[in-house]
Design a protein around this ligand. Structure first.
Ligand SMILES: [Zn+2]
Length: 200
């Protein structure tokens, strides 16, 4: 029996298989109706730009993953969960100012195309804050634990190394996307991005 690729829609807001990227924007003004603060450590911050909420749909597996990681000595904390359209506007503008348009587009989403707006994506880091939101996070104990185990809890490393042609983004070992345990396991096994797997 093969994997049923049409179990959930990939183009419906709220579907855990919903694929959002540069070519597949969110509906204007989209906001999940079930945003909730998970019971996991959160990065301390002085700015109001960090959102702690995520969709309720991902919370049981998120909390289980962070607890399992801690049990293995990998101390994870949430850096950023849901982002509203308005918040993405201000972050994108900051990135253009810092990096210029081309690089801003490689490292951040145009407003209305950010997976963070779905409530199913999060940036996660080490409590040590080593290599926070940097590619070298992949080499930390926490980054290694996520690469090895996140799929067991339904999460994928959404922007893997060397997949910019498929995803539109550079390697982001800290950016996780919830797709449920079955699809996450399948993507882990095949080494494919959602775009590749679904032939989008
Ligand atoms: Zn992210």
């Amino acid at each position: 029996l093969g994997f049923n690729k049409s179990l959930y829609p990939t183009n419906d807001p709220g579907s855990i298989w919903w694929v959002v990227d540069k070519h597949r924007p969110l509906p204007p003004g989209y906001e999940p109706s079930d945003l909730t603060i998970p019971n996991i450590p959160v990065r301390p911050t002085k700015t109001s730009l960090v959102e702690r909420r995520v969709s309720q749909k991902i919370i049981p597996d998120l909390e289980a993953m962070v607890a399992a990681a801690a049990h293995d000595g990998a101390r994870l904390q949430l850096a950023s969960g849901y982002r509203s359209y308005a918040l993405q506007v201000s972050m994108y503008k900051q990135n253009i100012k810092r990096f210029g348009q081309t690089e801003a587009d490689n490292v951040s989403a145009k407003p209305g195309t950010s997976e963070h707006q779905t409530g199913f994506a999060l940036d996660i880091g080490a409590m040590s804050r080593e290599c926070e939101v940097q590619a070298c996070f992949a080499g930390t104990p926490e980054g290694k634990w996520l690469a090895e185990h996140a799929y067991e809890y339904g999460f994928i490393i959404r922007y893997p190394e060397g997949k910019r042609a498929a995803t539109g983004y550079d390697f982001e070992p800290w950016h996780l996307r919830y797709v449920g345990r079955d699809l996450a396991a399948e993507l882990h096994l095949t080494g494919q991005t959602p775009e590749e797997f679904f032939g989008l």
